[in-house]
Design a protein. Structure first.
Lengths: 320, 146
C-alpha cells in the first residue's frame, strides 16, 4: 500500500469546490471517508431516519461517545443520565451492531463513586462488545485518577493508556489529562510518549491507526485550554502511517480537520454543548438553548471500517 | 492535491481566526461605551452595564479578600494581602474549578469547588503564591502576602 503513505495523487476524487463544500458543512454533522488519498464527504441530516440511513456500514464499525458528565444538572441539561441513555438507545438502534464502543472521557462530572456507578449502569445496556475508556480531566482531578483506574485501569499502562488491534486496525487510547501544569494545555508526558514510540514501532506503514484521547491532540483554542501541549510530538510518531484517525472529545462539539494523512475529529457530548471557541465569554456549558433544541446539539459518532480498501468513515448523529 | 489540502486547511484556519477575532471585537465593543463615553446615553447606561459593573464592584468591595470565579477566570487575578489574612474563593460558574497552589509541596488546595462552593485559606507566611485550577489549568492567579 505504497500509495497510502504518499496520498494526494491526481485521482483523489475531490475537486476544490467539493472540498470547500465539505468544510462548509463542518459542525453540522457529516460523513467523511478517507482511503488511500481518496477523500469524500456527505451531509448527515439531523433527523433520526436520515442519521440512521447515513450511518456508514463496513466490515466492522465502532461508536464513540464522550463527555457524559454524570452529575451535571444545570442549564441546559438537568438530566444527563437520560441523555446518556438516549445515546445508548441510538447505538442499539444502529443498522450494524458496533464491534465495540469508545468513551473518550469525562464519564463523570466530579469523579464520585456514585457517578461512575450511574455511568457504568447505563452503559451496561449497550448491545455491542466491550467499552474502551480513556479519562477526561473531570474523571481524575480529585484523586489523581485513583477511582478511575480502580474501575477502568485493567489492562492499561501507566495512568490508563492502552492499545489494541481489531481486524488489522491499531487502536491507541492516550491519556492527556494527567499532571496538568498551570497555564499549560493537556499533556501526554514523557513516559506515555516513550510507550507510544514502542507501541507503534513494529507496525507496518499501511496499518490504519485510530487514536482516541479526551483533549484534542491539536490546538483548537489556546485561550480556552483546548489542545495538547505535546500533541504534535505524538503525531510525529505516527507520521509514517498512511491513515491516522484521531477521535477526541472535551470541546462538546463537532470539529473536523485533515492534515496530511491525519483526520482529526471531535465528537458531541451526550450531556451539554459548549460554544465555538472565542464566541462566548467562557468555554462553559451553553445556556438558554431554545426549547427542544438541546438534543440536536448532543450525539454519538460512528466509525465504520471497510477492510477491502482500508477506509474509515466517520458519521455523527445527534440525539434527535 | 497536497496543495489543495493546504489551501483548504488555511481556509479553515482563517475562518476560525475570523470567528475568534469577531468574538473579541464584540466583547470590547460592549465595554467601550461604558468606559470611553461617559456622557452618552445616560438612560441606557443606568440599566445593563451599570447593573453588571455594580454587581462586580459590590462583590469586590463588600467582601474584602474574596476572589470570585466567573467565566473561567479568577477575579481579581492578583491580590496582595497582609500576613494572617483569610482569603476566600467563590465559584460562580456552573462547572467545577479548584484553587490549587502550583508550588510543590502544595501549600493550599481547595480541592473540588463545585458551582457556588467556597474555599478559604489563611496565609501565615509572607511570599508569592501562584495558583491555578487543576481542572482548567489555563486559569491562573497569584496571592502576594506581605
Amino acid at each position: 500500500m505504497e500509495d497510502k503513505s504518499t496520498p494526494g495523487g491526481d485521482h483523489d476524487g475531490v475537486d476544490r469546490r467539493g472540498f470547500l463544500k465539505c468544510m462548509a458543512w463542518a459542525g453540522t454533522g457529516l460523513l467523511w471517508t478517507v482511503s488511500a488519498g481518496v477523500l469524500g464527504c456527505r451531509k448527515v441530516g439531523p433527523e433520526p431516519e436520515a442519521a440512521a440511513a447515513g450511518a456508514a456500514v463496513g466490515d466492522f464499525s465502532l461508536v464513540q461517545i464522550t463527555d457524559s458528565h454524570i452529575r451535571f444538572s444545570r442549564d441546559p441539561n438537568t438530566d444527563v443520565t437520560a441523555t446518556l441513555q438516549e445515546a445508548v438507545n441510538r447505538i442499539n438502534a444502529l443498522p450494524q451492531q458496533p464491534a465495540f464502543v469508545l468513551h473518550t472521557g469525562d464519564l463523570t462530572h466530579l469523579a464520585k463513586p456514585e457517578e461512575f456507578d450511574t455511568c457504568a449502569q447505563v452503559l451496561r445496556g449497550i448491545r455491542a462488545g466491550e467499552v474502551h475508556y480513556v479519562p477526561g480531566e473531570h474523571d481524575v482531578f480529585t484523586d489523581d485518577a485513583r477511582l478511575y483506574l480502580e474501575r477502568y485501569g485493567r489492562g492499561a499502562q501507566g495512568k490508563g493508556w492502552r492499545s489494541f488491534d481489531h481486524h488489522g486496525v491499531h487502536f491507541i487510547g492516550l491519556v492527556n489529562v494527567m499532571n496538568l501544569q498551570a497555564g499549560r494545555l493537556g499533556a501526554i508526558g514523557r513516559e506515555q510518549m516513550d510507550w507510544l514510540r514502542q507501541d507503534v514501532a513494529g507496525l507496518s506503514d499501511s496499518t490504519p491507526i485510530v487514536v482516541f484521547a479526551h483533549v484534542p491532540l491539536w490546538t483548537v483554542s489556546e485561550e480556552w485550554g483546548w489542545g495538547t501541549e505535546d500533541g504534535a510530538q505524538a503525531l510525529a510518531l505516527l507520521r509514517r502511517f498512511g491513515s491516522v484517525t484521531v477521535l477526541n472529545g472535551h470541546i462538546h462539539q463537532i470539529l473536523q480537520k485533515i492534515e496530511g494523512n491525519v483526520t482529526f475529529h471531535t465528537a458531541r457530548s451526550t450531556a451539554f454543548p459548549q460554544p465555538v471557541a472565542g464566541t462566548a465569554p467562557s468555554p462553559g456549558p451553553m445556556r438558554n438553548i431554545p426549547a427542544g433544541r438541546l438534543r440536536s446539539m448532543l450525539g454519538v459518532t460512528t466509525v465504520a471500517y471497510v477492510e477491502r480498501n482500508r477506509t474509515l468513515a466517520t458519521t455523527d448523529s445527534s440525539l434527535e | 492535491v497536497g496543495r489543495l489540502r493546504q489551501v483548504c486547511a488555511l481556509g479553515l484556519l482563517t475562518s476560525a481566526l475570523a470567528v475568534t477575532a469577531s468574538g473579541c471585537a464584540t466583547k470590547s465593543d460592549g465595554e467601550e461605551p461604558h468606559a470611553a463615553k461617559p456622557d452618552t446615553v445616560p438612560a441606557a447606561r443606568k440599566s445593563m452595564p451599570e447593573a453588571n459593573a455594580g454587581k462586580a464592584a459590590a462583590v469586590a468591595e463588600a467582601v474584602p479578600n474574596q476572589i470570585t470565579i466567573d467565566n473561567f477566570r479568577f477575579s481579581p487575578r492578583e491580590m496582595t494581602v497582609t500576613v494572617g489574612t483569610k482569603v476566600t474563593w467563590v465559584n460562580n460558574d456552573d462547572v467545577p474549578h479548584t484553587a490549587t497552589s502550583t508550588a510543590k509541596p502544595i501549600s493550599f488546595d481547595s480541592h473540588t469547588l463545585d458551582a457556588d462552593d467556597k474555599f478559604s485559606h489563611v496565609f501565615t507566611t509572607p511570599g508569592t503564591y501562584d495558583y491555578f485550577c487543576a481542572v482548567h489549568p489555563h486559569m491562573t492567579g497569584r496571592i502576594i502576602v506581605k
